[in-house]
Ligand binder design. Structure first.
Ligand code: ZN
Length: 71
């Protein structure tokens, strides 16, 4: 039978899984890449979520890519 207790345990499990995903995501951010670019700009968390290994801010990345294509 589906009791109040089961419902609470279920919610706790969902909450634990949610927290575990957040922990894993922040661990990945700490493990790879950096949060400050060579130019001193902060690499946004949104950018680092998409590119966890990013070491440049968006501006520097675009410059670097442009130089790479021009070569
Ligand atoms: Zn930069």
């Amino acid at each position: 039978m589906y009791s109040e207790f089961d419902r609470e345990v279920g919610e706790m499990r969902v909450e634990q899984e949610r927290q575990a995903r957040i922990d894993a995501a922040s661990a990945a951010l700490k493990a790879e890449g950096r949060d400050v670019c060579d130019c001193g700009a902060t690499i946004s968390l949104a950018r680092r979520r998409v590119y966890p290994s990013a070491t440049r801010c968006l501006e520097c990345q675009q410059i670097a890519e442009r130089e790479a294509y021009c070569r």
